[in-house]
Design a protein around this ligand. Sequence first.
Ligand code: TA6
Length: 315
Amino acid sequence: MVVTISPPEKLDKTTVVRGLSCEWRGQTTEYEGQPVLVIENKHCRAVIAYQGAQVLEFQRRGHAPLLWLSEASNFLPKRAIRGGIPLCFPWFGQHPTDPSILSHGFARNLPWTLYHVTEDDSGHVLTFTFRDNEETRAIWPHAFNAMLEIRLGQSLELKFSVANVDKKPFDFTFAFHSYFAVDQITETKVVGLENTPFLDQLAPEKGFHQLERFPIEFHAETDRIYQRATGEYQIVQEHSKQRALIDAPDCSSAIVWNPWIEKTARLGDMDKDAWQNMLCVECGKIGAEVVTLGVSKVVSFTLTLASSFPEESLI
Ligand code: TA6
């Protein structure tokens, strides 16, 4: 049975949304000033920040946490939260024309609205919305509606949609900037990007001509952009049997990032050794794979993440 619930206007600290086994924790110390929503159902537990509609935590019952969240992240309003799944939109990386403007766009820095929630036996679907406003138009002069549907069940599914409500077409790039929890980065591999051309952001002069025939291993700072990628990857850990399965069929760009020691120290919102337990495998449309959206057109991109053991397959 599907139950559709429109969240109450005013939520105080412990409001239980009718019919939903979730609890609004509001301004608890736990996430230092950032309002978050904690959802618990028979399949999983998840935490979502209203800022950026950012999934901060996801854990399937009986599994280890899938996502990594920096214990040193700041949760100040409008500051990017380090961890979970930030949504980079409407540009990935540096601003197209002005490098002094926010890296990775503004969607992750601003509050989204919880539009509605559905609940059925397979879990919950939370729908968040975000639309252009004076602040966004000042740095990106376009009218748009964005929506993020987050399905919380045995797997975590995100569907990001953008509608062009402007009078002219516009271009954007975007990425699901997912942070995965790993036991030890030096004993972790990424499978699925073999023989895919990549740009090493640490040696951009080499261009998109680099290829690797084997799964990616980590022995130093890694920051790579892949194009014409399949969208289907696995994170495999030597000791833990648990794998992370990633499926983003509409995303032909992939980014693989680990800041290692020095960059971690420079970032300032990660503990000194935290680089050993996190890995970003991101999916989107970036660089030359920019999206051009016509007037009154809508485009959607999906991402499905799951933790899985070899004997199980979810995707
Ligand atoms: O996705 C990889 C990357 O672009 C890296 O170059 C690194 O800067 C990372 O994103 C983090 O960016 P942020 O703006 O969150 O500090």
